[in-house]
Design a protein around this ligand. Structure first.
Ligand code: AMP
Length: 410
């Protein structure tokens, strides 16, 4: 695959760059500019080559199924890209950053035409277009018509075959124009490929899974069973497996639709799946009410009026003892409701165990809430790689290294 570093003859050329500027923001106030900063090396590389850089990204969600047009307008307003352009200009003080409030049509065409060499144009939120998520061919063709080349630098969106991630590069590639990986993508693909094509020296390879979005994540387990030596499962996801094993889980989070799948995985696992052996259970997740919190052994079962909110002390030790043997760890999903001090110990124990591996093993956080947890708990710097894409990193593993937004560049 071509990389942005290898791209040549870009003086005066229009380069369409799909970035991930899906920053956390409230009413136009950006809470964290990390995603913008992460795209700077690619942008600067292109600017140094004299290109005219067209940046496109989605921001938040627009629920097009909503029948009330006023509500759609409100969603658009809440996800306006204009404040991001302002933040980008501050991060690139030497460069002229333009913003185009239109996603297509004459206004966008004129804004692109007005760009000079070494200048940047940030387009409006790609999701303002209904056709973006459907990879609408007319929309992709219109965007592609603006560019002489394409660079993909939005790893967090590379698992989605949308107009801006797959439609545009496939049209440009077909037309013989260069399509390339940006610096952020190169780093992500290199690091995550190591978790997909596992070398002997990276064994034992251990995956640690947790978090809440069970149905999103559960399918990756089947693939991980073929790649990992052990899969440790904690967090809300673990109760579906514990129920499948016949344990009492009280009111704990259960993904009933995935029970059969979980049973199937346990049968196939041959002892590779490691589940919690005790639980921190509570009568309520609400910290403002009077609640009972207690530690229960798995054999005892979680009482009918309680729900699991973290792994217990024995599980912390058990999980740490496995992690201590690892040469490679892939982690996605907290072990409990780490946002509350009472329920963060399981996630801290996993972070501590991985921290102890520093210099001895390769460790990857698969984005999303685990990255936030590691950051909030102060362990982010102890990992070899922290991915910017939760969904994308899981899908890359699940699909044996394939992602639509990467495959299209091959
Ligand atoms: P995810 O986005 O799937 O990684 O889920 C992260 C969320 O899962 C965090 O906000 C945690 O508070 C939550 N979580 C983790 N363990 C549990 C649990 N046992 N019960 C409910 N929520 C949990």
């Amino acid at each position: 695959m071509l990389t942005v570093k290898e791209m040549k003859d870009l003086q005066g050329k229009y380069v369409y760059v799909r970035v991930d500027f899906n920053v956390p923001q409230t009413n136009g106030v950006i809470r964290d500019t990390n995603r913008i900063k992460a795209a700077l090396p690619t942008i600067q590389e292109l600017l140094s080559k004299g290109a005219r850089v067209i940046l496109m990204s989605h921001l938040g969600k627009i629920k097009w199924k909503e029948p009330d047009p006023e509500k759609i307008e409100a969603m658009k307003k809440a996800n306006d890209m204009a404040p991001v352009a302002k933040a980008l200009q501050e991060l690139l003080p030497e460069t002229k950053v333009h913003f185009c409030a239109a996603t297509r049509g004459e206004e966008l065409k004129n804004a692109v035409a007005a760009l000079k060499d070494g200048e940047v144009l940030l387009g409006q939120n790609t999701r303002y277009e209904k056709g973006e998520e459907k990879n609408d061919p007319a929309l992709a063709a219109e965007w592609a018509s603006l560019a002489d080349a394409f660079v993909m630098d939005a790893f967090g969106s590379a698992h989605r075959a949308h107009a801006s991630t797959v439609g545009v590069p496939s049209i440009l590639k077909e037309a013989g124009k260069p399509v390339a990986l940006g610096y952020l993508m190169i780093k992500e693909v290199e690091n995550l490929s190591r978790c997909v094509e596992v070398k002997d020296e990276d064994r034992p390879y251990i995956a640690v899974l947790g978090g809440l979005k069970v149905s999103d994540k559960i399918k990756v387990i089947e693939t991980l069973l073929t790649k990992c030596d052990y899969i440790i499962i904690g967090g809300a996801m673990s109760y579906t497996f514990r129920k499948a094993k016949g344990e009492e889980i009280g009111m704990s989070f259960l993904d009933a639709d995935s029970l059969e799948y979980a049973k199937n995985c346990l049968e196939k696992a041959n002892g590779k799946i490691i589940l919690p052996i005790d639980t921190v259970a509570t009568t309520s997740f609400d910290p403002t009410v009077e609640r009972e919190i207690k530690i229960v052994d798995a054999a005892e079962g979680i009482p009918a009026n309680m729900e699991g909110c973290d792994i217990g002390p024995k599980s912390r030790e058990l999980f740490a003892s496995y992690i201590a043997k690892a040469k490679m760890v892939f982690w996605n999903g907290p072990m409990g409701v780490f946002e509350q001090a009472d329920f963060k110990n399981g996630t801290v124990a996993v972070c501590e165990a991985i921290k102890d591996l520093e210099g001895k093993a390769f460790s990857v956080i698969g984005g999303g809430d685990s990255a936030s947890a590691a950051k909030a708990l102060g362990y982010k710097q102890n990992f070899s790689h922290v991915s910017t894409g939760g969904g994308a990193s899981l899908e890359m593993i699940e699909n044996d290294g394939h992602l639509p937004g990467v495959d299209v560049l091959k």
